[in-house]
Each structure stands twice: as C-alpha cells, then as structure tokens.
Design a protein around this ligand. Structure first.
Ligand code: MG
Length: 260
C-alpha cells in the first residue's frame, strides 16, 4: 500500500532524517584503520540509546534473513555491498566500507547509506577505481533525487540512476533497491535502480522514499555470505552504496537525511 504524508507529517519526519545523518557522520569519522566493525556498531547503538530512538535493524527478520539481524548498522567491506553484518574485523588501509543505517525517531523512520575508503589505497589505480565506483553511486543518487518530483513516475528515478551507472560502465542488479519509508523501514513503492522512464507508480506530493543506488565494479551478481546476511559480489569485485530518504513535495524533492 502506498501512503502519502501530509506536509506536517513530512516536518515530523525531519528529526529522524537529521539523526540518521548525525550517526552516519559519527560512524564515518570513527572508521579509521584498526577500528573494529563491532566498535562502529556500538557507537551507533550508544547514540540510539542517548537519543531515545529505535533501531530498525536489531530485530529485523525478513524471509531472506537467516535470523534476526542483531546489530544496528550494516557494515559492508570491499566485496560486500549490502546488509553487511558487523563482525569482529579491524578495518585495514584501503578498505572500501559501506555503512547503511535506518532508525525510527518519534515513530518515523529514516534510512541512509554512504561508502568511503578507509585510510589510503595501496595503489593509485585502486584509489581511482574506488573513487569512481563510490562517486558513481553518489552521482546516480543525485540524478535519482532530481527525478523525484510530482508529475514524474518511479521509472523516471530508475532510468536516471541506470543512465549514470551505464555511462560509467557498471551493470545493475535489481534484486534490491529503493522503497517507501514511513512508520516502517520498507514500504511501497519499490524503486528499482533500473527501469523505463515514464513507467511505474506516479510520484505524488507526500510520497517519501529511500533512493539507493548500489553498484559492483565488474559484475551484477551477488551471493549471501555464510553469516546469512552479508551480500557479496560473485566475482570478488568491490561494491559501493549511496542512499537518502527523500520526501516528494509540490516544490520538489526534500532530502531528509542530508548530512551537514
Ligand atoms: Mg538503507
């Protein structure tokens, strides 16, 4: 079911979006060479408690998950790209880390993700390849957001994202993509990272969606790690992921999870 939010409800969603941005900024800052993924999860957990917010992940147990997630952030390193389950791993120089975070504040959810390189890449070639991959997810996200306006359709967002990916030479996996966000983390409509312009659900003022391009360097195939959650590239190539929660309004898109 598609739910549309009133302008007042969209205002009420802003604190959740701001808080998600604050946590991602703090986690990014803390993610240095030698930092353990479990420390990053603990940092986010502390911030959630202090804020009186509610994790969307810790009890999350969808049909594709082997067990409840049990952590409050997703940490996907190198060939991992989505749903990375934080585990006992100290970050190394040149790791490509994607952090995904969704939380409810006062009953409203916001969802956002960011990717970055920890420390220094071992070679200039590796640095350039990672930079291109990360930057492409960011530019695709910006293109998707720009298409998130009344009068357009979901397919316009999908096509805008896909155009950026294809121009950069990446293929797209449409198994996981954007989604409606509101009282819960995942609602309708599904917002695929590839699709045909002018098709799909009409974008109306009050629709709040997460837009989340993610690409892998040299494949569009993924598999699930033995941990039951982490999604990795089939060929070991690296992945990156950028996501914002966006409210579609009469005046255009509002990025609720913008980071300062
Ligand atoms: Mg997310």
């Amino acid at each position: 079911m598609i739910e549309l939010r009133t302008p007042r409800e969209i205002e009420e969603m802003r604190p959740a979006g701001r808080f998600v941005g604050e946590v991602l900024t703090a986690v990014r800052e803390a993610a240095r060479v030698g930092t353990n993924l479990l420390e990053l999860d603990e940092l986010a957990h502390r911030m959630i408690k202090e804020r009186g917010a509610e994790s969307c992940y810790i009890d999350y147990h969808p049909s594709f998950g082997a067990m409840p997630f049990g952590k409050v952030i997703c940490t996907s390193v190198n060939d991992a790209v989505l749903h990375g389950l934080p585990h006992d791993y100290a970050l190394r120089d040149g790791d490509l880390l994607s952090i995904d975070f969704a939380v409810a504040v006062d009953g409203w959810v916001a969802d956002s993700a960011t990717s970055f390189v920890v420390g220094t890449s071992p070679t200039p070639e590796r640095a350039a390849a990672d930079e291109k991959l990360i930057r492409t997810t960011e530019v695709a996200l910006e293109a998707g957001i720009a298409a998130a306006r009344p009068g357009n359709k979901v397919g316009d967002i999908s096509a805008a994202i896909a155009e950026v990916a294809h121009a950069a030479g990446y293929s797209i996996n449409t198994d996981f993509g954007g989604h409606g966000v509101g009282r819960t983390m995942h609602g309708d409509p599904h917002v695929p990272n590839d699709g045909r312009a002018g098709r799909g659900f009409p974008l109306r003022p009050g629709l709040v969606i997460a837009i989340e391009p993610w690409f892998l360097e040299t494949t569009d195939e993924i598999y699930t790690d033995r941990d039951g959650w982490t999604l990795r590239s089939a060929d070991g190539s690296r992945g990156a992921h950028s996501e914002h929660t966006v409210a579609i309004t009469q005046d255009g898109p509002i990025v609720l999870t913008a980071r300062g």
